[in-house]
Design a protein around this ligand. Structure first.
Ligand SMILES: [Zn+2]
Length: 287
């Protein structure tokens, strides 16, 4: 089954494929262990920065190794690639999925660039899944904000623009701005469920992605899936679990220098957080 097959299955059955970001082998190990135990398909994402750090070829080889050893459908996504050329670079590096994010541009420009990426991808391999985005998230990825974040109404996705974008670009996945935020803010996140429903009713069988899932109350995640979200991104919560576990270990064991000892509790923390999300998204035993 291809990634689009899994996304379509999630759409039909009312659950969400989980997407987690990585920039190292430690995070990937924890995520894959949880998915193996729970029988969940996975999307692993690297943003432009994460991809540069870990290396495209290195990420590809590690994902392939887990696919083979754990018999898991794991798909590698170029997350938030912000130019046509960067997106093409990831296609050429054998990514399974491309998220072209031109959401800061005007709608016309966004449609034009996204179409170009769709054409490039489909000319190479029609099984590669492409995601586009309209509306913008006001916070930066993976920061912890101490202040209350106000979401300006003009940043939210207009359902009719979503419909036009999906129709004209032919993307496989659509990412809206519906009250979601990257990172974790001081205020509790509040998703605009009615807007998700309105967009869902206008985009046919296109799957819909929720970015910035970290820190969203479980009940809202469930409502969002019911309203038509089929793919959910978590990054910050894993990063926090990682940093907390490592800090705690090093505070308690200041003399330790063996990486596999230092990172064992980190892998365990990532595994637990991942398992929690896979259960919440309904993606257990969906392989
Ligand atoms: Zn995102």
């Amino acid at each position: 089954m291809t990634l689009n097959d899994y996304l379509n299955k999630a759409l039909k059955e009312g659950w969400a494929v989980a997407h987690f970001n990585i920039s190292d082998a430690v995070t990937l190990a924890g995520i894959c262990e949880a998915a193996k135990e729970l029988g969940a398909p996975l999307m692993i994402g690297t943003s432009e920065g994460e991809r540069k750090f870990i290396g495209s070829a290195q990420a590809r080889v590690m994902i392939n190794a887990y696919r083979d050893e754990y018999k898991l459908p794991i798909f590698l996504n170029a997350d938030h690639h912000k130019s046509v050329s960067k997106a093409q670079e990831a296609v050429d590096a054998d990514y399974d999925s491309i998220h072209i994010d031109l959401s800061v541009a005007k709608l016309e420009e966004n449609i034009k660039g996204t179409k170009e990426v769709v054409a490039y991808v489909k000319s190479k391999n029609k099984d590669i899944s492409v995601e586009g985005e309209v509306g913008y998230l006001v916070t930066e990825s993976s920061k912890i904000y101490k202040e209350i974040i106000e979401i300006p109404p003009e940043s939210l996705t207009k359902p009719e623009e979503a419909a036009r974008f999906v129709q004209e670009t032919g993307v496989d996945r659509f990412a809206p701005a519906v009250g979601n935020l990257h990172g974790i803010a001081a205020n509790v996140k509040k998703l605009d469920i009615a807007r998700i429903e309105a967009i869902r009713s206008l985009i046919g069988d296109t799957t819909m992605v929720l970015h910035g899932g970290s820190g969203t109350p479980d009940e809202q995640i469930k409502n969002a899936i019911e309203a038509g979200i089929n793919n959910i991104h978590i990054n910050t919560e894993l990063r926090v679990a990682y940093a907390d576990a490592l800090r705690k270990f090093l505070n308690e064991n200041p003399e330790e220098t063996t990486p596999y000892k230092m990172f064992a509790p980190v892998i365990e923390a990532i595994k637990q957080k991942t398992a929690e999300k896979l259960k919440l998204f309904g993606s257990v035993n969906r392989i």
